[in-house]
Design a protein around this ligand. Structure first.
Ligand code: BDR
Ligand code: CA
Length: 315
């Protein structure tokens, strides 16, 4: 089993992604970074998700940075309760889990764990990249010891979701994304457009999920209530999106990616309309060496099977 560390801003799809990771990997710990909803709520959401998976007390949760690297004026951190509900869980307002977060800071946990298992730790990033960037800054010697970094973030020159140009995770902390992308870690990136093309769960899929009658299926329906309506009205999408779960599925089974290519990828940090936009240099115009394997096509059926297997297994 792959040893992994998850970095999440736990709300909505992050929770299903965590369940997927707990099903497939040896999860060394879960780090929380500022993102989707209020920070302490995200911590509670991660702890509750561990409980749903039946692993209470077995997977430690570490608090990281609550805010992005730059956070003044127009860069003020933006949460998205309109997407995931005020609790980030589709307005389900679950009870507090029994497990509590650890005292150690997330990036100290990350640095120590990577050094204890050089070449073995896979990082699964489903949130703004603040924690990972600041861990690299604190101790750059972790870079050659990280086995692989999977990032849900950015787009491959496609439409954003939080602005016309930017995907949310890169938009929240473009400076962090720039540090991480250029650090020299082997990276696989799954952009937002892969999620709108291949991860959508339509009404008929939701009906199938409901018919599973498992704890996992009930939880899935609860946390997806608000995003379903949001996608319909704002993104004109006829289904729920599962970007973070798609990333986990790919990390678990590379063959879910039908096409991928290596490109130079960087992030716009200064643009008036394009802050957080990821540039993917498909034609090599910047003449820089490729730093990211970019996912370009997904086997939707395999992804759906992965999701259904996870939801079925949580009784
Ligand atoms: C990303 O933004 C968040 O709202 C989701 O959890 C996902 O990680 C998609 O842009
Ligand atoms: Ca997320």
């Amino acid at each position: 089993m792959k040893r992994v560390i998850i970095d999440t801003d736990t709300a909505g799809d992050d929770t299903i992604a965590i369940l997927t990771a707990l099903h497939h990997f040896q999860v060394e710990g879960i780090m929380i970074t500022g993102g989707n909803v209020q920070f302490d709520q995200q911590v509670e959401n991660a702890l509750y998700t561990i409980e749903v998976a039946g692993k209470s007390g077995q997977v430690p949760v570490y608090k990281g940075f609550e805010k992005p690297i730059m956070q003044t004026g127009e860069m003020e951190h933006r949460t998205v309760e309109d997407v995931h509900g005020s609790d980030g869980m589709g307005n389900s307002f679950f009870n507090k889990a029994v497990q509590r977060p650890e005292e150690v800071h997330a990036i100290d946990f990350l640095i120590e764990t990577v050094h204890n298992h050089p070449g073995e730790i896979h990082l699964l990033a489903i949130a703004p990249l603040t924690n990972i960037a600041l861990a690299i800054k604190k101790d750059p010697t972790i870079v050659p010891e990280i086995a692989h970094l999977y990032i849900m973030g950015g787009t491959n020159n496609a439409l954003g979701n939080i602005t016309p140009a930017a995907e949310y995770n890169f938009f929240v902390d473009p400076e962090a994304a720039r540090i991480v992308l250029n650090a020299g870690i082997p990276i696989t990136m799954v952009g937002w457009e892969m999620c709108t093309k291949y991860s959508l769960m339509f009404d008929s899929d939701h009906e199938e999920i409901a018919s599973l009658h498992t704890k996992g299926a009930v939880f899935f329906q609860a946390v997806n209530k608000v995003v379903k309506e949001f996608n319909k009205t704002v993104h004109r999408l006829d289904g729920t999106t599962h970007p973070d779960t798609l990333l986990m599925a790919i990390a678990a089974d590379d063959s879910i990616m039908l096409e991928s290519n290596f490109y130079y990828v960087d992030v716009e940090t200064a643009g008036e309309f394009t802050r957080g936009y990821s540039i993917v240099d498909i034609n090599g115009r910047l003449e820089k060496p490729a730093n990211v394997r970019v996912c370009e096509k997904v086997d939707r059926k395999k992804f759906k099977d992965t999701l259904f297997n996870v939801l079925s297994a949580i009784k």
